[in-house]
Structures are given as C-alpha cells and as structure tokens.
Design a protein around this ligand. Structure first.
Ligand code: ATP
Ligand code: MG
Ligand code: MG
Ligand code: MG
Length: 568
C-alpha cells in the first residue's frame, strides 16, 4: 500500500505559483521562493511558510537536529518572549540598540523578543547544573528569533523574524570548551555538506557576542551581504572584517587625506561622502575599522550596509558594540586602543569602506572629550586625533598572507557562526559549578548559530537555474514530481506511478490538477525544483513515462516498472 502521506496530489495542495517576480525582489531566492509558492511576505521581513516551503524548512531542521543529536547536544525550547533583566545584566539591552524588539506587559514590565539566547541558556544551566560532574553539557534549540533589521530585504535571507538553530556549550576547562567547539565545527561541516551547500569556513570577528575565537560558515553567492577573501591555492579564507592584506597610504605620505576631517564643526557625514566620492545618501558595504595598523572590525549592528544618511545614528552604536566588547580588550594582538565605556582609550579610529564600493577613504570617530560616545562625532571637535592611520585596501590578486597566491574576493551569505565565548556570560551571571577540588569553578561557554530559514534561501541562491529552483534531494519538498500531461489516461497513469513510488518509500508530488495545461504543469515542475520529474504524457497508453533529471535536464523514456525500479 502506498503511504498516503508520501503522495501529495497537487489538486489538493494549497499552491499558487506566479509567473511574475514580486516587484520588490532583488535576489533569485526571493523571487523564486515567492513565485514557486513556498513563502509569502506577511509584512516587512516577516514571512509565511506555505506547505511546500514548510517541508523544505522542516528538512533543513531535521538535518540540523540529527547532526546536533549526533554530537550529544540536547534539544530544548526556551521562550522567545524574554524579560529585560538578564539582558541588562549582560548589557545587551543597551548594546543591541534598535535591533531589539521591545515590549511591555500589562503591568508595564519590559520584555524583548529574543534575538539570540546566551543569557537565558546561561541562567538555565545555572539552575540545572551544580557540579563539575554535570558538565560538559551542550544544549540547542530550533526557534524563532527576532531582530529589527535595518534592511530586511532579500526575502527570507534576512528576516526580522527568522528560524535559527542556536546551541550553547558549557565546560569547566578551556580544553573542554575547545573540544565542544571542535565538535560543533565538525557537525556544521556535516550539516552544510548534507544540505548540499557550497561553503567556506572563515575566521571572523566576534563582535557584540564577545569571546575570543569565532568562525563563520559562508555560502558563496552574489546575493550575499558578506565579502570574503579566498585563496585559490591554500585553505586561507577570511571575512574581510578580519583580514589585513595590504596597507597602502592614500597619498603616499603614510597618512590618509584626513586633515579635512580635522575641521571643527564640519558635518562629518557629508565629509565622509565627499571623501568617498559618493552621494550623502549612498549605501556602503562592509565598513572596516582599523586600529593602530590592525583591522579590528566590522560593520554595523544588524546590517553591514550603512545608509550614509543614517550613519550618524548607526556609527556610534557600532563602535560601542564592536569595539567595547571585552574580547577586543582580551585580544591585545588586535587592539591597542579601544573605545570603551570610559571613552577613547588613546587611539583614533578610521572606518574604511569596502574598496569595491569606494576606495581610499578615511573616517574617524570615537568618544568625545568627556569620554561619552558621541554621535556625528567630528574629529578635533569631539575628540582629539592622536594618530592617523593608513588606508587598507584589499583587492583581488593581493597576495595571500599564508602562501602568497593572488586572492579572490567574493560575496557570500553567512549561514552559520560559531563562537568560543569564554567566561563573558558566566562572569556576568556568576555561573559556577563545584569543581573537582571542592571549590567553585567558573564555567566557560561557546555559542553556535545556524540560520535555518536563511539556509533555505542560500540553497535557492546556489542551486537555482533560469527555469526555477533546483533542490538537492535531502531538502527537496519531494523526491519525485509526477506530471499528468494530458487527460484521464495520463492522470490515471500519473497517480498509479505516484502510488508505486510512494509505496517504495519515496516522497511524491503528483500534478493531477484538472484543467491545467501540460505546458503550465511543465513550467511549474521546473519552477518548484523537485529533483526528478516523471511525465505521463504521449505514450501513457503503452505504460511509458519520461524520467527527467531536473538539474541536468537528462531525460529518458522508461516503462513504469523500469521507472519505479530506477527511482526507488
Ligand atoms: P548577519 O551578519 O547576516 O546580520 P549575524 O552575524 O548578525 O548575521 P549571528 O548573530 O551570528 O548573525 O546569528 C547566527 C546565524 O543566524 C547567522 O550566521 C545567520 O545564518 C542567521 N541570521 C542572523 N540574522 C538573520 C536574519 N536577520 N535572518 C535570517 N537569518 C539570520
Ligand atoms: Mg546581524
Ligand atoms: Mg554576521
Ligand atoms: Mg554572525
């Protein structure tokens, strides 16, 4: 008997495909996921997952879950609606700024919708684990996250509500943390390989998360918002946020053209725009922060694209988030001066634009003279410039720092990010367990994220073609898409083939929609992207179907028996 759940008749499926791209869509995944009826926009950055989309999302979640379970991580589900207090303890209630969705309950108490859950996991383990014998422990959840992203574009690639798998490791020793991190790293490699994603692992900057070591998993794609350098000859790859490749004075003097910025009362945004040679309303990508010869970071919280017009709003929080983080203090090799709550600790900063957007630029900001963070800071007026730094330009063909081969620079989508947090959160929440020596031992943590809903879009970006989506089998909403291309005879055969394939354990979609032309059905089959398409058409009377590989386009005519045997 066919497993009914495995055979989905399209005549009974809620699906409406579109021939036109949505007006606001810029990326292929956005266009195709909407056109193929996988997702629908509910409001800005907030998406409804329709039946086929939900299946793909579930398949991604299942793979993630299997590999997390395989390394011994335990699944839990923490709330998304969280009280303010723990985020005050970690200082992230402030640090997150506009990225946080904040709300009040009927009594006026402050809450937030969780953007990530370090605080609450730390408290959970503080509650549950008391002895070194209870550790190590690794916990994960697959959950809806909320971030009020400045630019929620690109469909589900960057949502304001999105699905993340986040896990957290708790160890007593540094070696333990290194091991938990290594386990996650290996699990991530398996997950992304199973998902069928082309990906690179790059060293990254920890930023607001804190901690010392962090790596990103990037899926190369033109639609990506990250820029990374990639060595074609060795394993060197790094986010441009974390790389220093070439230091080049703008005017040959060793100093950038920063003197103009040193004018009191100059509106800096306009000055910056002028330096960049872009309009004041331009959007910049991948701002780099360089401190005393080292690039230390990073973009802007929530988004790497900076609307110059809003730079004043965003830049100061960016400095707070990215440069006050203790990890920069803990990484003297990266930073010799930093902006902390105490203000500018002896150094000036420059923000350098992605050279592919604009080259040779300088931007200085920092704390004001009272040591408070200033918005729209002006060098000379709001703080003293100690030192002017060189401009860093990373260009394709620059030598790889490891092997000297010419580097490539590509765009990519951040699909995962793993952090060795160390004791940042354990210190904030005084997370101790009883150590082996009978004394309290401070716990050390890691945190590890995967953008589950983003992975669906990343896959769509990497695997689509002109005709539509092209899913790898493990994530596809079905294994086989059977098209009834004709009238009763074809429909009968298509349903019979569907039943037989279902009985053989395959997940089958049968296009038995009455009154829909074969042409429309073929177009929809290509658009939907199920890996194998079986057509009951011209030779249905002889019991012959066409079996087509969606990706390669290879096709052959087979009897039903042959087709079922081949596909099962
Ligand atoms: P991005 O740089 O793209 O804004 P992030 O560095 O802020 O991402 P993390 O805090 O590292 O994100 O979160 C872990 C993972 O969650 C990311 O690697 C990404 O895959 C996913 N993610 C983050 N923000 C979003 C979003 N707005 N929509 C969908 N997925 C997201
Ligand atoms: Mg972000
Ligand atoms: Mg990021
Ligand atoms: Mg990240």
């Amino acid at each position: 008997m066919a497993n009914a759940a495995q055979v989905q008749r399209m005549s009974r499926l809620m699906i409406k495909t579109l021939r036109e791209d949505p007006a606001d869509a810029e990326t292929a995944s956005h266009k195709l996921l909407v056109r193929a009826g996988y997702v629908r926009r509910s409001s800005a950055g907030i998406w409804t997952w329709l039946p086929l989309g939900k299946k793909v999302l579930e398949n991604v979640s299942r793979i993630v879950r299997e590999e997390m379970d395989a390394i011994g991580a335990q699944e839990v589900l923490l709330p998304a609606l969280l009280p303010k207090e723990p985020y005050e303890v970690s200082n992230r209630w402030d640090e997150y700024g506009d990225l946080l969705f904040r709300l009040k309950d009927r009594k006026g108490a402050d809450y937030l919708l969780g953007p990530t859950h370090e605080e609450i996991f730390t408290l959970t383990v503080k509650d549950q684990c008391t002895s070194y014998k209870d550790l190590p422990v690794m916990l994960y959840q697959i959950q809806t996250k909320y971030r009020d992203e400045a630019r929620p574009r690109s469909g589900v690639l960057r949502g304001r509500e999105f699905q993340m798998k986040d896990s957290y490791s708790f160890d007593v020793t540094d070696e333990g943390l290194a091991e938990s991190y290594a386990l996650h790293r290996a699990a991530y490699e398996k997950i992304f390989a199973r998902l069928g994603l082309d990906f690179r692992i790059v060293s990254a900057v920890s930023g607001a998360m804190g901690g010392s070591a962090s790596e990103e998993f990037l899926a190369p794609a033109a639609a990506g918002e990250d820029t990374f350098v990639d060595c074609p000859a060795c394993d060197y790859a790094a986010n441009t946020e974390a790389v220093t490749v070439k230091v080049e004075p703008v005017d040959g003097s060793g100093h950038g053209p920063v003197e103009e910025l040193d004018t009191p009362d100059t509106p800096t945004i306009e000055k910056l725009a002028e330096h960049l040679g872009v309009p004041a309303s331009a959007t910049l990508k991948n701002l780099l922060v360089k401190v005393d010869g080292e690039i230390v970071a990073v973009g802007v919280p929530g988004n790497r694209e900076v609307d110059l017009g809003k730079l004043g709003e965003h830049l100061a929080p960016a400095v707070v988030e990215l440069v006050t983080a203790e990890d920069f203090v803990e990484r003297p090799e990266l930073v010799r001066g930093y902006v902390g709550p105490q203000g500018l600790a002896g150094k000036s900063f420059r923000y350098l634009a992605d050279p592919r957007v604009a080259s040779g630029t300088a931007w200085i900001t920092g704390a004001n003279k009272e040591g408070k963070h200033a918005r729209n800071v002006v060098a000379g007026r709001d703080f003293e410039v100690d030192e002017y730094l060189d401009v860093v330009v990373v260009e394709p063909g620059d030598p790889c720092p490891k092997c000297g081969t010419g580097l490539k620079i590509d765009r990519a989508i951040e699909i995962g990010h793993i952090f060795q947090l160390g004791r940042k959160y354990a210190d904030a929440f005084e997370l101790d367990v009883l150590g082996q020596n009978g004394k309290p031992a401070r716990v050390t943590m890691g945190s590890y994220g995967i953008g589950v809903s983003r992975a669906v879009a990343a896959l769509a970006e990497q695997t689509h073609d002109e005709a539509g989506l092209c899913w790898p089998r493990e994530v596809a909403p079905a294994d086989v898409h059977v098209v009834a291309a004709g009238k009763a005879k074809q429909t009968e055969l298509a349903l019979s083939v569907g039943e037989q394939l279902g009985a053989a354990g395959l997940r089958v979609l049968v296009d038995d929609r009455p009154g829909v032309s074969p042409g429309v059905k073929f177009t929809d089959a290509e658009l939907l992207g199920v890996p194998t398409i079986v057509v009951a058409g011209r030779r249905a009377g002889e019991g012959v179907v066409e079996v087509k590989d969606r990706r390669t386009g290879e096709r052959e005519e087979l009897t039903v028996e042959e087709a079922v045997a081949k596909l099962s």
